[in-house]
Design a protein. Sequence first.
Length: 144
Amino acid sequence: MEVVVAVGVFVAGVVAAVALLSQTTDSAGQCLSVAAAGRVAQSSAVLLRQLPWDEVVTRLNSEDEIFATRDGDLIGWFDEVAEAEAYFVMSLARVENLSPIGNDASAAYLALRLELRWPLRQDGAGRIAPKFQESLIRNVVVNR
């Protein structure tokens, strides 16, 4: 009888340890994704500031999505990309209450909102709806 109780206690301990390990692994994976998202957002902000004014305005008005890999490598800024390679998806929008009034041709700067969402897909399936994705938003000011 004692052996059966001891085995039961041991099995309960192993099951609890495995469950804790699974949660720790998920948490570590999430931390890595958030860190990669921060790097992608920072890289994108630097690239935006380096682009010529007209190209920034064109990208803003086009509302095209920009992609990045799970490792944080930007893809889709200057070349066509297959969505299957992407883990992060970015979009640009004007920050209305911070951008100058008037048209872009006479503005001295643009206040932009860079929204980064992930994961784009789950295991090769179709796109995940934005409401189920995690997101990171950065405001970026681009000077003329």
